[in-house]
Design a protein around this ligand. Structure first.
Ligand SMILES: NC(=O)c1ccc[n+]([C@@H]2O[C@H](COP(=O)([O-])OP(=O)(O)OC[C@H]3O[C@@H](n4cnc5c(N)ncnc54)[C@H](OP(=O)(O)O)[C@@H]3O)[C@@H](O)[C@H]2O)c1
Length: 273
């Protein structure tokens, strides 16, 4: 995309993720260049004040006809109906699908082999410009570039093989919930030690941000080496950390990820059947 180009985006399915993407786009450096149409089956009675220049509609076809990029954010079972409506109206538009469990092959089956498709797996931190968005595509490099340009304004992107998308869904998209639970649990620990809830949350949030930033700002940094810097021999940190491991912290996290991964494979099967 040239810096001067207007970007006409249709978001089909303005639910949790669709709205998070729209909010993120509005806060991003792309905002001035955007023209967004967002569709839902039922339109909201009132719109968030800051989103007044987003056009909401129930008409997927008109939205697609007036866009260069179509971001599809519906549940897997909702795609066949939408695909039936829009397929004939997709010309040069790039279709970006966030739909869990539908592979590039599935998407081309519904939308046509010639359609330029990019799969994207963002997370809800996209609303605050901090998404981790994994992308996969078998279409032309220009389509991938457009998707990268959009999602890199909303956080970080990584181009991956489509076979890894289920893992990306668990680690990156569901991952938001896993990290929020960790922050909530450490907040509860803080409350037990005497902080009020707001103070405990404030400390837990900033500390988790700090831990992530140590790794994010230095590609050479490794979690175990950073842990070693904090754990004084016979000190309170190693005592607490070892107690957490005796109770299965790492194991619980890995098993949780594996359970989500197993489940996501079944979602795919239920779409097929
Ligand atoms: N939420 C996440 O963190 C996340 C992250 C990555 C990927 N995903 C994937 O992204 C997709 C959307 O997730 P979500 O959490 O945003 O789901 P959601 O909250 O259920 O949103 C789906 C939206 O699609 C709309 N919709 C359904 N049929 C439609 C149609 N025929 N025309 C226009 N709009 C239609 C619904 O509209 P109504 O409200 O009017 O029914 C709803 O607003 C899913 O496949 C999900 O797995 C989600």
């Amino acid at each position: 995309m040239k810096e001067s180009d207007k970007i006409k985006i249709a978001v089909l399915g303005a639910g949790n993720l669709g709205m998070a993407i729209i909010k993120g786009l509005h806060e991003s450096s792309l905002n001035e260049r955007l023209q967004i149409v967002a569709t839902k089956r039922k339109l909201p009675d009132t719109l968030p004040g800051s989103l007044k220049n987003v056009l909401f509609s129930t008409d997927n076809v008109v939205a697609v006809q007036n866009s260069d990029v179509v971001i599809v954010c519906v549940q897997p079972g909702q795609l066949p109906k939408i695909a039936g409506q829009i397929k004939a109206f997709i010309k040069d538009q790039i279709v970006i699908s966030t739909i869990t469990g539908l592979t590039l092959k599935d998407l081309h089956h519904h939308l046509g082999d010639e359609t330029r498709i990019v799969r994207a797996m963002p997370n809800t931190a996209i609303a605050v410009g901090q998404s981790m968005t994994c992308l996969s595509s078998e279409s032309d490099a220009q389509s991938v570039k457009v998707a990268e340009d959009i999602f890199s304004c909303l956080g970080k992107t990584l181009l991956i093989d489509d076979d890894l998308m289920r893992a990306a869904t668990v680690l990156g998209a569901s991952g938001i919930a896993f990290w929020l639970r960790l922050i909530r649990a450490t907040t509860q620990g803080g409350i037990q030690m005497g902080f009020d809830a707001d103070e405990a949350k404030f400390i837990a949030v900033q500390t988790s941000l700090g831990a992530a930033s140590i790794l994010a700002q230095n590609a050479e940094a490794h979690p175990e080496r950073e842990i070693d810097k904090v754990t004084t021999p016979m000190g309170c940190t190693i005592r607490g950390l070892n107690e957490m491991e005796h109770k299965g912290l790492s194991s619980a996290l890995i098993r949780g990820l594996s359970a989500s991964y197993e489940m996501i494979s079944n979602i795919k099967k239920s779409v097929d059947s």
